[in-house]
Design a binder for this molecule. Structure first.
Ligand code: DON
Length: 306
């Protein structure tokens, strides 16, 4: 495994076509596109890493997996009143379906759905309390107390909030948000601004590898059924309108973020994190996807078989 990761990282370092770094959040536009990291964590406690696997980056939409897990813990299946579980086939920040579907977002991973999930987590609490809970949950998942919010990234996104604010106001107009729009999106921006490196992210995904149990820490995070369902949502919706392509090429549940990270789960085998800041035209890491494709080809880890 270590040789394989070294090989993949070596190839990715040399790639000339690297995609475009996200620029609609100015703070992300400054990240060096030459970076590439990969980490694989296995349920028996091994961690393999190569390239820039210990360089922190903004996890952005990958945080939606952790927020969804927390929301399901609080609300159980009643969460599905507020958000659907169908792929959208539209970009992550699209507003069009909301009008046709009376303000109910298609799934928890598009921005509108993630905003509805934050609203569900808040349950009358102030953003500060909610963020403290979110951060301690992600620290618990990763088994690492060093994780933090990058407040500069959150502030940078807040300055360019209009698209997400529109989604939130639109849902509010349908009576779908219970809290003040500014508080909900402020919380959402901070959630997206959690900084992690590939090793930490791979470790945070371990509970989805082993039926809801983080076997390294010996803690049950969710039931086996819930882990299965989160994985299925990642497979169908984790890459937005690129989810079909990701399933076709990689064949694993995965969640991308505009910071260039991807968390992918090989059930019963490993949790994998990759990061390269350059994105494809849909907003998913170009080299991250290519690296996962190579890894799966070599390991035969696709859920669809060898
Ligand atoms: O709301 C946004 O636009 C960002 N905070 C997150 C978007 C994102 O990561 C999309 N992923 N590829």
């Amino acid at each position: 495994m270590q040789d394989l990761l070294n090989d993949i990282a070596g190839k990715m370092k040399l790639a000339t076509e690297r995609g475009e770094v996200a620029n609609y959040i100015p703070q992300l536009a400054h990240v060096d596109p030459q970076q590439f990291g990969i980490a694989v964590a296995t349920p028996d406690g091994q961690v393999f890493a190569a390239g820039d696997a210990r360089e922190p980056f903004s996890i952005q939409s990958i945080s939606k997996v952790f927020a969804l897990t927390l929301a399901l813990g609080k609300q159980g299946d009643s969460l599905w009143q507020y958000v659907g579980r169908e792929p959208s086939g539209d970009p992550f920040n699209s507003i069009v379906q909301l009008e046709h579907e009376s303000g109910k977002p298609r799934n928890p991973f598009i921005n509108a759905g993630a905003i509805a999930v934050v609203d569900a987590i808040m349950m009358g609490h102030e953003p500060k309390e909610v963020l403290a809970e979110l951060l301690s949950f992600v620290r618990f998942l990763a088994n690492d107390d060093r994780l933090y919010f990058d407040h500069e990234v959150a502030a940078s996104e807040l300055e360019h909030k209009h698209r997400n604010a529109s989604l939130a106001h639109f849902m509010k107009a349908f009576g779908r948000l219970h809290h003040d729009v500014d508080k909900v999106i402020g919380t959402y921006f901070h959630q997206c601004a959690v900084a992690m490196n590939c090793v930490q992210l791979a470790q945070a995904g371990l509970f989805l590898v082993s039926d809801g149990v983080n076997q390294v820490t010996g803690t049950r995070v969710v039931s086996a059924q819930r882990a299965r369902r989160i994985n299925s949502l990642m497979m169908m919706c984790g890459h937005y309108d690129g989810s079909g392509e990701f399933a076709f090429r990689v064949g694993l549940p995965g969640k991308s973020g505009v910071g260039g990270g991807i968390l992918a789960i090989a059930p019963a085998r490993a949790s994998i994190a990759v990061w390269s800041p350059g994105l494809d035209n849909i907003g998913n890491s170009l080299l991250g996807t290519r690296a996962l494709e190579m890894l799966v080809q070599e390991t035969g880890w696709s859920v669809f078989g060898h």
